[in-house]
Unconditional design. Sequence first.
Length: 527
Amino acid sequence: MPAQLTTRAQVNGYRFLLRRLDHALIRRDVRMLHDPMRSQFRSLMVGAVLGVLVVAGAAIMAFIRPQGSIGNANIVMGKDSGAIYVVVRDKDDKNKITLYPSLNLASARLLAASNESPTSVKDSKLNSVPRGPIRGIPGVPAALPGSRQGSRSQWTLCDRVPLSASGGSASSTGAETEILAGSLELNDHVKVADQKTAVLAKKTDDQKKDHTYLIYDGKIAEVNPQNDPATQSALAQVLDLSTARPISSNLVGAPVPVPPLVAPTIPHAGENNGPGRLSTVKVGSIIQVAAMDGSGKSDLYVVLDNAIQRVSLFTAQFITYANSKNQSIEGFTNVTPDMIAGIQQKHGNDKSDPGLPVDDFPAVSPKIISASENPVACVTWAKKDGFGKDQSDSTESPSDWATVQLVLGTRYPLSDSQAPVTLATADGSAGDRVDRVFVAPTTGEFVQTTDVKPGSQKRDGLYYIADNGIRYSIPDAKTAAILGLETKPRLAPYSIVGALLPGPTLSVDDAQKSWDTLPPKCDKACG
């Protein structure tokens, strides 16, 4: 162990001698009756600590409440007033700037051609900068938040028929309309309708002509638009035509449109015999073919002049009732599978050689749900991959297609905590305007419209739908990027979002408009 060269007492004594020398040099007194030198050192240390604390506090305040400076910012916001300004620099002298008050953040971004967030600057620093006139688009939301739907996209349009105090709907002549964005709250009070359930609706057009529609399985078909007696008689056998409810024009346009429910015209029905081994069966008859797998299920076909066409049970019954006066046409005829071997099978949607336009008829005779039972009827469009494929990309499989369904209930498919916005233009059941809209608060939906049909590759306009229920048009993807929206829009059916109240277009040209005073009524003047 090395020897200790000095002791603590020696070190303390040495330090004492140094302090005594300081006293001798400075105070000319070696008695050290008082020790002001130590007080000075302590004051120095306390002052240094306080100085560090003041500097640290100033740094923290600068971080929490920065005074800010314009610097290279294109958009600034008054720290106290919250006013938004666009910074316009002189072309010849970049240090010379003018502040243009902007009506909202969207307008400021369009004017600055930048999606940057505003730089907060103390108002006193902005007071010395020259100002220009107010610029921007009135009626645009103050913020443009994104969606909470994740990768999905779902839109729903609902009609609610007002009921009387006794629960009847006979006195109702219209329906209230509500549009919902996002997933639905399904429970015992509101459910997705199955293939055995449908809604019969009535609507009077602008020419005072009455129309009746059947809404089923996400589709809508007009019922006997030509008022054909044979069709009406046949439909009365397969549908309850007495329970039609009033409907809005918006709900008429929301489902997938399919050909009207009319008795199909079958050439040479009851006159000629069927093709091939069906020569003993008259054209227009329905044949029932047992399944080959032994499941006991049977396939139904209508016999045509030179082919057969597979039909649903509803269609088979409809055709049979429509041709009931033709004594030559038999009802359901059982045949073995070998009797239809080699016979051409047609399809109604075949463009080259179409059969009867019945492929979209209901699968079975549906139960008609009256407005008294379920006053709320909705059509919901949902897509698992909400962004979809590009229009030029045909790799999307049927499993990726959108689904369109009918939803029925006694209330809207919203939870108690979800409160829709009632629009100022709402007209209740007296008109066809949208009355309420639900987009989750503090969110918005950037969408590109498509056709309501599942698997549609159609890609149309871009829109931003704010949580106030207004639809704002966006000219192109470049403008959407300037606004700071998502890089890719979600798909949405125009048949639903097109019913929303349109707001001003979010375009650079409209944002460049200057205002001395805002017009009292923002219609054409507001863009």
